[in-house]
Design a protein around this ligand. Structure first.
Ligand SMILES: Cc1cc2nc3c(=O)[nH]c(=O)nc-3n(C[C@H](O)[C@H](O)[C@H](O)COP(=O)(O)O)c2cc1C
Length: 361
């Protein structure tokens, strides 16, 4: 099992959905950075469940405690450990799942591979484990912000409902105005109705989330096996429910001609820029100074209350399953914070590897 990401800014996440606690150990954080629990809490609150009717009704305060790595309010170069205790578990809802894998969740593959599988709430395969991504990502984001790098995200599509394009400078502000976290507030209303009506029917829905980083300097990326786009795709794909990653124009670039697809260069205030940004800020595996634009395709929540076919692994027979428990009717709104954090982890690691950021402030 691999629970660590990063080469210099190393983040190891731990914990499971119904275990005692979840969290992260961050090794390699530059010292002398002012850091407190409130910094992390602000971001954790954005991914917290039970905050509106578009999320699971599991009511967790997700209150973070920092156990190590801080001396007199600043990082001291030693491993930072931060932990969140699980408070609102209903493990009895999952007892019947012991030998009955939920369709499209990780139950079947995890239990086949590891044998001793924690089937309560999906165990370590649960979306709750992304608390660790957010803890590490918040610290990364804080450091990146010192270097004027800003990472933000928004929902651009829910099912077949697509958001209109919004000016890059307004995305962050506009997407805060609704629970879907979509920068097109009109489309957000339709998206919300869609999520709620499918929830009513015992179903769920997927969508697309765009994550943007602005202010990234030219030069991040280690060709040929550590390209920036390759590493971004890898970490984003490691988030549960992510089934596709695009950079820049992504799959749509296949429809264009070279003339249409190319980002022409020009000089702006004595700096090299591109007129368009269909490459999503990365050329040859290295950042080119333009905004990094990436999108993830998020699948519909696999745990739905509609009866479905599955198997009883003990009796080796086909059965019908009625999934209980509390689930997100759509993962997109909450995954925004997770994806932002996860992108920040990669960017910070590359900034440290490239010598753009010192190990001590
Ligand atoms: C923030 C977040 C919340 C999630 N919430 C749920 C949920 O409530 N119910 C569920 O069945 N899956 C949920 N998932 C998705 C599962 O974790 C994921 O589908 C499962 O681990 C299988 O992995 P895969 O979809 O990548 O194949 C969530 C994922 C994330 C990132």
């Amino acid at each position: 099992m691999t629970n660590t990401t990063g080469e210099i800014f190393k983040v190891t996440t731990f914990g499971s959905s119904h275990g005692k606690a979840l969290g992260a150990i961050i090794d390699g954080c530059p010292s002398n950075l002012e850091l407190n629990e409130e910094d992390i809490q602000i971001e954790l609150n954005k991914r917290r469940p039970g905050t509106n009717n578009l999320t699971t009704s599991r009511n967790e305060s997700d209150k973070v405690e920092i156990l190590s790595g801080i001396f007199k309010g600043k990082t001291d170069g030693t491993p930072i450990t931060a932990i969140v205790f699980n408070e609102d578990k209903s493990s009895e809802d999952y007892e019947y799942l012991k030998k009955k894998p939920r369709p499209s969740h990780g139950d079947f593959t995890w239990s086949s591979k590891y044998g001793n599988y924690d089937y309560y709430g999906g165990g370590r395969g649960s979306g709750r484990t992304t608390i660790g991504n957010v803890i590490g990502g918040t610290i990364a984001k804080k450091i990146l912000s010192i270097y004027n790098i800003k990472v933000f995200s928004h929902v651009t599509q829910i099912g077949d409902v697509k958001a209109k394009k919004v000016d890059i400078n307004l995305i962050e502000e506009h997407s805060k105005k609704n629970d879907v976290r979509c920068a097109d507030n009109e489309a957000a209303k339709v998206m919300e109705e869609k999520i709620l009506s499918l929830k009513e029917e015992g179903d769920s829905i997927g969508g697309i989330v765009e994550i943007i980083a602005i202010g990234v300097p030219t030069g991040l990326g280690e060709p040929v096996f550590g390209k920036l786009d390759g590493e971004i795709a890898k970490v984003l794909m490691n988030i549960g429910s992510v089934k596709g990653v695009e950079i820049g124009h992504g799959f749509k670039i296949a429809e264009l001609t070279g003339k249409e697809a190319n980002d022409e260069f020009h000089i702006e205030k004595n700096r090299v820029k591109t007129v368009t940004n269909k490459s999503g800020g990365i050329l040859g595996g290295i950042s080119n100074g333009m905004p990094i634009i990436t999108r993830i395709a998020v699948k519909p929540t696999p745990s739905i209350s509609t009866p479905q076919r599955t198997v009883d692994l003990e009796k080796m027979e086909d059965i019908e399953i009625n999934i209980k428990g509390r689930h997100d009717p759509c993962i997109c709104p909450r995954i925004t914070t997770v994806a932002e954090s996860t992108l920040s982890l990669v960017l910070l690691d590359f900034m440290l590897k490239g010598g753009f950021i010192p190990r001590k402030f």
